[in-house]
Design a protein around this ligand. Structure first.
Ligand code: ATP
Length: 243
């Protein structure tokens, strides 16, 4: 994907969650956002995904500028896939229905085609044995895998993942991270925020360090982790990489 962001600003009261943020990536498969808590990663991800509208500034993805009116934002969101840190599956629907119903209701696929796509997605992610379980009958890792299967079932242009493993224990985290890595290797464009530095390093081709609503640094992972330029990024990495 190609990504161009200019002067992006989003305030919540007195908080500048995005503060005139500027970013250019000519070609990326996986862009990972890292940085201190409250630095603005989720806000940036939501702005890039069209889930929030900026106060000012512009976002261009793959040469197309994001509109700010409701119909164009809705059309843009439908083209993409989303997964957030809290499992956001519908609690009263089975794993299979969690995937097939959005295909029917949001993407307008026929019931038969939706069911077939859902089965294929469950199979792809090793979830067929759990197809008819409700979310409460699944582990956290399995729930996130169903969430990812749902997010990619309609073949999104970009997959947005906001701290997808922060509610998981280490084993389940590994399970979900492996899945994300597989998707990236299969050619899925991904923008994700994470506190998992090892994963960021392994999966990203570009890493952006977001702090105080700005991109402080943007570089390939070997460069950003190996030789961070800004003092603030150096300090952050030396603290989080210590343990
Ligand atoms: N809906 C909201 N209403 C009010 N303030 C918000 C809202 N969303 C974000 N903020 C504030 O904007 C700032 C950036 O928050 P954001 O969630 O984008 O940071 P983050 O880097 O993703 O943090 P974390 O790593 O803890 O998830 C924070 O000060 C936060 O409190």
């Amino acid at each position: 994907m190609k990504l161009e962001v200019k002067g992006l600003t989003k305030c919540y009261g007195a908080t500048h969650a995005a503060d005139g943020l500027t970013l250019f990536v000519g070609s990326a498969r996986v862009l990972v956002l890292i940085g201190p808590s409250g630095g603005g990663k989720s806000t940036l991800l939501r702005l890039l995904g069209g889930l929030e509208t900026p106060d000012s500034g512009k976002v261009e993805i793959n040469g197309r500028q994001l509109g700010t009116d409701a119909p164009s934002l809705q059309a843009y969101r439908r083209k993409n896939g989303f997964l957030f840190q809290q499992f956001n599956l519908f609690p009263h629907l089975t794993a299979r229905q969690n995937i097939s119903l959005p295909l029917e209701k949001v993407h307008g696929h026929s019931p038969a085609k939706s069911a077939e796509t859902a089965t294929r997605a469950l199979d792809r992610f090793g979830l067929l044995a759990h197809a008819d379980k409700l979310p409460t009958q699944l582990s956290g890792g399995q729930q996130q895998r169903v969430g990812i299967a749902r997010a990619v079932a309609h073949q999104p242009e970009v997959l947005f993942l906001d701290e997808p493993t922060s509610a998981l224990d280490p084993e389940m985290t590994a399970e979900v991270l492996e899945l994300i890595q597989e998707l990236a290797e299969a050619g899925q464009d991904i923008i994700l925020s994470t506190h998992e530095m090892g994963f960021a390093r392994a999966v990203a081709d570009h890493v952006a360090f977001v702090s105080a609503g700005k991109i402080e640094e943007l570089a390939p992972p070997a460069e950003l982790f190996g030789n961070p330029r800004s003092a603030i990024c150096q300090k952050f990495l030396s603290r989080v990489m210590r343990y």
